[in-house]
Design a protein around this ligand. Structure first.
Ligand code: MN
Ligand code: MN
Ligand code: MN
Length: 273
């Protein structure tokens, strides 16, 4: 079974790459892509554990980008984690994320949470993001849970909602192609776009060199799966499937716990088999 979209603690997941691989094996996954946000730092560790347990590990990444002002994610599958062009892109994204995390820390400090940046950094295995600030605020008892942290301090319009300069979709596609990988437009339904806007995004993604659409993302309505399968087919895109796993207590995003790709789809793994 394929699960081609997962996160470790090298971005905003909870498990280490080693723990992620072993959980994937327990859950019956035979081919796993580690696709941390804007980083390749967990790949080596995941690869060696995958070799030990006999699981096929696909090196991947999930780039945050912008398209017409909307935050859009492009996953790169089967990238070569040693390619210079890809490493340079990752370094740029890291710098951008660090600057943003420091700004969030400064804003929270002004609200009296003077150790927020240090606290969030301590909770992050790799790069620091809003979920780490949220966990820190829960830990010090400032809020009762993660949702409350976003609602009061980190969500849209709140002090910690610091916008970031993300690359355009076409730029992320180029980075992935330069890294020898397959660009996949991630979880199209999450953007909550109108159908015509989504069609425009898909068209531009294809023109930029995009090759696949994530037809299945976690547990989803079969009607949505059928709609996205058709969209992939019409656009001449391969189809990908992944849980978007972050933490073990969310059954709708559990490793390997998705429906299958419709038989009408061309699975993205045909590109590397
Ligand atoms: Mn995430
Ligand atoms: Mn995403
Ligand atoms: Mn993701």
């Amino acid at each position: 079974m394929h699960d081609l979209h997962t996160h470790s603690n090298q971005s905003d997941g909870i498990l280490s790459p080693v723990q992620l691989v072993s959980r994937a094996v327990e859950r019956g996954v035979t081919c796993l892509a580690l696709t941390d946000h804007d980083t390749l730092s967990g790949i080596a560790e995941a690869e060696s554990e995958a070799r030990r347990l006999g699981l096929q590990l696909i090196p991947g990444i999930e780039f945050s980008c912008l398209w017409q002002g909307v935050g859009v994610h492009v996953v790169g599958l089967n990238v070569d984690p040693e390619r210079e062009a890809l490493l340079a892109a990752v370094a740029g994204q890291t710098e951008s994320r660090t600057t943003r995390a420091q700004m969030i820390g400064e804003r929270l400090a002004k609200l009296g949470f003077v150790d927020a940046y240090a606290g969030a950094t301590a909770l992050a295995g790799g790069e620091v993001g809003r979920p780490h600030f949220a966990r820190y605020l829960v830990e010090i008892g400032a809020v009762k849970d993660i949702n409350a942290a976003f609602k009061q301090y980190l969500g849209a319009g709140k002090a910690g909602d610091v916008k970031q300069l993300w690359p355009e979709v076409g730029q992320a596609v180029s980075w992935i192609l330069a890294g020898g990988g397959v660009p996949v437009l991630a979880h199209p339904d999450k953007y909550k776009m109108t159908r015509s806007k989504l069609l425009r995004l898909v068209k531009e993604f294809v023109e930029a060199g995009g090759q696949a659409l994530e037809v299945v993302s976690g547990r989803q309505d079969p009607h949505l799966t059928a709609t996205l399968a058709k969209l992939a087919q019409d656009a001449g895109l391969y189809a990908s499937i992944g849980s978007d796993f972050h933490v073990p207590d969310q059954p709708w995003q559990e490793l390997g716990a998705m429906g299958a790709l419709p038989v009408s789809c061309r699975p993205v793994w045909q590109l590397w088999q």
